[in-house]
Design a protein around this ligand. Structure first.
Ligand SMILES: [Zn+2]
Length: 106
């Protein structure tokens, strides 16, 4: 696994904002708060968005919007597996970041 903590290519700042966009796709634009440059754009896979602490209803709205619901067998089970894997991966990633960057993750 490779891990990288994003920073602005223009000014080196790590003071970034995520702008979530939904049109025909779900996208995340990352903007530098210091120099306002575009840092990155991500396009999410169908059903790929997980918003921690927002629960099942939010998940359901998200998959409805992106059309992924048509392929869902058991949505409740799907939600719990997405929630579990997001939380599990996050813990692992923070451990790895601590190994790579020390106690003060940038
Ligand atoms: Zn910047």
């Amino acid at each position: 696994m490779e891990l990288h903590i994003q920073k602005c290519q223009t000014c080196g700042s790590r003071n970034l904002r995520n702008i979530l966009v939904r049109d025909e796709e779900q996208k995340v634009f990352v903007q530098c708060r210091d120099c306002e440059s575009l840092v990155a754009r991500y396009i999410l896979n169908s059903g790929g968005y997980f918003h921690a602490g927002k629960g099942f209803e939010s998940f359901l709205r998200s998959i409805e919007r992106d059309g992924a619901i048509s392929s869902a067998r058991n949505i409740d089970e799907w939600f719990h597996s997405v929630e579990d894997s997001a939380n599990r991966e996050f813990e692992k990633i923070i451990d790895l970041a601590n190994i790579k960057y020390g106690d003060e993750i940038p």
